[in-house]
Design a protein around this ligand. Structure first.
Ligand SMILES: *Cc1c(COP(=O)(O)O)cnc(C)c1O
Length: 361
């Protein structure tokens, strides 16, 4: 059996380094916002090529805290409209809602599965661009739209750690960016974690305070904040994994190139890939018309799978007020999407088995 993703296996390579880090952590006795978090923040800011990085509780909070931070700076106010992709993960919508703003869902195009730029509405105050599946699509068009309309552009980079487009890393294009370190992500912790990166010092200051109860000094609270802090132990683990991220992303691209070069089956629509470092293949997503039949075939080959995502946010019970909305491309993709195993622990034998299975469908 080739599982879709074996997280234990993913982390096995780092167990010795984790143990060393754990001993240092126990001996140090610092548990919250200590040296490991600060060191990781510096290292990740440098990695992304941005000025500031604030470790927070998870990716959802990272998105929400960006929006709350802009509210503190009076650049957003309650009820403002925020554009986002109808086919993003539900967290993107929830972050906007929880920040008291109005999500404006926009359908996606069917090459990169990013927002269809021809459908961008006017009147919003911000837009969130999700680098879905790990790929930075043509970000220039969204940046140009944001500039023309004088609105904020926020990157949801939760799937795109280390992706590079025109020499710049995911997270360094917009006004601010959110990352998740959920264990399955390309840079995954051994628990929850997230971060905000930005070049805006005022936003960074606001978020540093907001994540820590709005605290100004030991006994003084300046603004009504939250408790959403990257855990010290997770930061220690993430520092180790960050040093291997580029190598792991390269491995992912090598596997993706094998799939793209060797899978030849007209019943399978392979993803579009520019062939450069703009994609880090968090997910290798294919489209098939008879998904149930294809999944049965994968099962016979003893190959695991996943779906990103079979029910778009506007069809979720949690967002029942959006039920009447219609996004034809997002809905078609939701009905046909299958993710096949792609991660750095796959052996050449696994890769060959997967290619042969897809060709035999
Ligand atoms: C994983 C993910 C998130 C949320 O991250 P959590 O750490 O699970 O809160 C947000 N957006 C996208 C696109 C994601 O893939």
């Amino acid at each position: 059996m080739i599982p879709y993703l074996d997280l234990k296996q993913v982390n096995t390579a780092y167990v010795h380094d984790f143990q060393v880090a754990f001993k240092k952590f126990i001996d140090g006795g610092q548990y919250i916002l200590g040296d490991e978090v600060h060191a990781f923040e510096n290292e990740f800011a440098t990695y992304c090529g941005v000025g500031h990085c604030m470790g927070v509780g998870n990716g959802l909070d990272a998105l929400r805290l960006i929006l709350e931070g802009y509210k503190r700076l009076d650049l957003l106010k309650s009820g403002d409209r925020v554009i986002l992709a109808a086919n993003s993960y539900i967290a993107t919508v929830l972050a906007v809602m929880h920040a008291g703003l109005e999500p404006v869902l926009v359908d996606c195009e069917d090459i990169y599965f990013n927002i269809d730029a021809t459908l961008l509405p006017h009147g919003a105050k911000a837009m969130i661009i999700t680098h879905l599946y790990g790929q930075i699509s043509y970000i220039d068009q969204y940046l140009a739209f944001a500039k023309e309309n004088n609105i904020l552009l926020i990157e949801d980079a939760a799937q795109a750690h280390g992706a590079i487009y025109k020499g710049k890393k995911a997270g360094s294009f917009g006004d601010a960016a959110a990352f998740s370190f959920y264990p399955t992500k390309n840079l995954g912790a051994l628990g929850d974690g997230g971060t905000v990166v930005t070049n805006n010092g005022f936003l960074a200051q606001a978020i540093s305070q907001l994540r820590n109860y709005g605290r100004k000094s030991t006994f003084e609270y300046e603004i009504p904040g939250f408790n959403s802090r990257l855990d010290e132990l997770q930061a220690a683990f993430l520092r180790i994994k960050l040093t291997h991220l580029d190598q792991e992303n390269e491995k992912r691209r090598e596997i993706a190139n094998q799939y793209l070069g060797k899978v030849q089956n007209e019943k399978i629509k392979l993803p579009y890939y520019k062939g450069d470092a703009s994609h880090v293949f968090y997910v290798f997503q294919i489209l098939v018309e008879d998904r149930a039949g294809f999944i049965e075939h994968l099962g016979q080959c003893e190959i695991g799978h996943n779906k990103h995502y079979p029910i778009p946010p506007h069809k979720q019970e949690a967002l029942a007020h959006y039920k009447k909305l219609s996004f034809p491309t997002a809905e078609r993709i939701a009905g046909q999407t299958v993710s096949i195993p792609l991660n750095p622990t796959l052996t050449q034998e696994d890769i060959t088995t997967i290619i042969e299975c897809l060709n035999a469908y």
